[in-house]
Design a protein around this ligand. Sequence first.
Ligand SMILES: O=C(O)CCC(=O)C(=O)O
Ligand SMILES: [Fe+2]
Length: 345
Amino acid sequence: MMADIDTIAIAALFGPPSPARDQADARIMAAASGIGFMAIRDFPGDDWLTPQNRARLLAIFSLPEAEKQRLLRWNFDPTRKNVYRGWFPLQPTAVSYKEGIDMGPDIADARAAPTGLDANDPLCEATPLPAENILPGWRAAAAGYYKAMGSVGNALLRSVARGLGLTETVFDADFESGISTLRLIRYPLRDPNSSVDLSGPDFSVMHKGETRTIIGREHADSGFVTLLAQDGVEGLQAKNLAGEWIDVPPADGTLAVNFGQLLERWTAGRVRATMHRVIAPRKARFSIPFFYEPRVDAEITPLPLAGAEPFEPFLYGDYLWDTATKFVEMSGVRHLRQPRRAKAS
Ligand SMILES: O=C(O)CCC(=O)C(=O)O
Ligand SMILES: [Fe+2]
């Protein structure tokens, strides 16, 4: 039988210890250590997950092309200074057919913009944003959404900590002043007349007897916890333990949650980083992933888990740069940041 993705009401995670919280913890751990995907609902901030409120964030895609271009990253426009945050345009020949923007903590708290030593770290750079007068209210919406997702990320990691038998606050200090990324994505319909050959196995798969084009290449997220708002349009799929692709249905009021490779490694495989992909729906698709991340200088050290292999501690920022610059949206920027801590050889 094909196990479905569990939808878990998590209100109890925001209250004191209770049987309801224990039950939510158990279901979260079962999802995290099983398929590695779940949907959550019923939490502070879930009122963001309506078509109207998502539209407040997604309004950025209605900007004129010239305004979007002002937000581009350096690798797409060498006159720009920002290399990590900002706009990534469509890559017509790539499997992943999307455009969008990556935003950092400064959208929610201006004090998060870099100062001192961080000023030289691209991972802490400020996010280029559209002017308030061309998109009134958008910044406030992005800030509100970012903050709401941060507290959901914290609640989920505390639940995972309890599920692992660790002190529930074990992750808290590392995620204080974290550099979480809020990404807004648009996958337009592919132009059927373009010269890109979509017939190869990289680009096309069968789904319920129909050929579907891939628009988001199969991958596992690199970090910890991803909170994904889908915008009511299907297409997201996760690979289950049997290696089958199953649909992750969109539903208002819910977030799809999956876990990243660093959390998988940190928890000695008890939490699973699951492969997922996006197949093209019949209309344009939008999504809003929030990647919950620790501070740039968080030291990742082995957790006290039975049977876990020890590893050399490392800095989150060094890991992140190494990983993020392998993606097509970040191509050509790798040399712009050196590891802050030399690897022991
Ligand atoms: O658009 C989606 O639904 C998935 C996006 C995704 O997997 C990602 O950005 O890592
Ligand atoms: Fe992903």
